[in-house]
Design a binder for this molecule. Structure first.
Ligand code: FES
Length: 143
């Protein structure tokens, strides 16, 4: 952190501002803040997760989530699931997770309800949500 501040101060001293300063930051491959490029949520989603498969069995427990095909799928109650794109509507970063009963972007803290409605100012544009249906151990996720 201290190195970033010193780098920022150094670049500012060179007269770099705004976009040119960001270009310098993003051009340095070692900096994690620019590793996730902005991406677009998938509009056509249609896949099935087998909850008896070890890769997805976390979804048998309320409060857990998995990420599959760019979709965050969460077990929100004993009888229901929620699914949203992993792509945040704030700056298009694929960093959305499920936490504390809602969806949350780890980049700047946007929050969304289980239906995709924004629940704070950063998440005010909402997020693309998908439908889910459970049949036996097959969870269908679709748009
Ligand atoms: S990109 Fe998700 S909160 Fe900014």
């Amino acid at each position: 952190m201290e190195n970033k501040i010193k780098r920022h101060e150094f670049l500012k001293s060179l007269g770099l501002k705004g976009a040119s300063l960001l270009a310098v930051y993003c051009g340095a491959s070692a900096l994690s803040s620019c590793q996730n490029e902005s991406v677009t949520p998938a509009s056509n989603v249609d896949f099935t997760l087998d909850l008896s498969n070890a890769a997805y069995s976390k979804l048998n427990t309320v409060g857990n989530y998995v990420i599959a095909n760019g979709v965050v799928v969460a077990r929100v109650s004993s009888t229901s699931f929620a699914a949203v794109t992993q792509v945040c509507s704030h700056e298009g970063r694929a960093n959305v997770i499920y936490s504390g009963g809602g969806f949350y972007c780890t980049v700047h803290g946007a929050t969304y309800s289980t239906t995709g409605t924004g629940t704070n100012s950063t998440g005010s544009r909402g997020i693309k949500a998908y439908q889910t249906t459970l049949s036996g151990t097959s969870l269908h996720v679709f748009s």
